[in-house]
Design a protein around this ligand. Structure first.
Ligand SMILES: CC(C)(COP(=O)(O)OP(=O)(O)OC[C@H]1O[C@@H](n2cnc3c(N)ncnc32)[C@H](O)[C@@H]1OP(=O)(O)O)[C@@H](O)C(=O)NCCC(=O)NCCSC(=O)Cc1ccccc1
Length: 139
């Protein structure tokens, strides 16, 4: 398994380097990460549907968690790594197979904790939002 430093995640988001396994599994592609903001494109297909015919909510949480990792990585130093320590997700509308944009932002960067939000949009409508705290760890 390849291990990624934060600088490697920036190469994924901004220069097309090969993504980590979880991105491939979820079918999410980061397209930019800079100055605490990250954007990803998530291709949702039938494998993400629950028994009710809509995308299972945990996958939305995963998409938000992944893109918030890129957002915080864009503001960390080379001697720092991170771990998400909580994640609250709200499901505003059902998500169907198609494309979902995921926008993540660092709202505040503390010395030890970053405070982040994410918004998920399908067909120009907000389908979900998430809030997370991410621990900053000195290597
Ligand atoms: C329905 C409600 C919960 C509440 O809505 P309200 O407060 O009444 O709000 P409002 O009237 O403003 O409508 C807003 C939007 O809501 C939708 N919509 C509303 N009514 C209907 C309807 N009768 N039929 C169909 N859709 C309806 C519609 O898109 C509408 O959009 P629009 O504004 O027209 O463009 C909505 O927030 C929602 O669907 N959230 C997503 C929930 C979700 O997908 N959760 C994750 C999956 S569950 C899971 O994973 C657990 C599990 C695991 C394993 C196995 C099984 C389960």
């Amino acid at each position: 398994m390849n291990k990624y430093e934060t600088i490697d995640l920036m190469e994924v988001a901004n220069n097309g380097a090969a993504p980590p396994n979880c991105d491939i599994t979820l079918q999410i592609k980061p397209v930019s990460a800079k100055d605490g903001k990250a954007k990803g494109i998530w291709e949702v297909d039938e494998k993400f549907l629950n028994g009710l015919g809509v995308t299972m909510g945990g996958y939305l949480a995963s998409a938000a968690d992944i893109m918030m990792a890129y957002a915080i990585s864009s503001q960390l130093q080379e001697n720092q790594t991170f771990a998400s320590i909580d994640l609250h997700t709200t499901f505003h509308r059902p998500v169907f197979p198609g494309t979902v944009e995921v926008h993540a932002s660092v709202e505040r960067l503390g010395r030890k904790v970053g405070y982040l939000t994410a918004e998920l949009v399908q067909n120009d409508k907000k389908v979900g939002s998430a809030v997370s705290s991410i621990m900053i760890i000195e290597k």
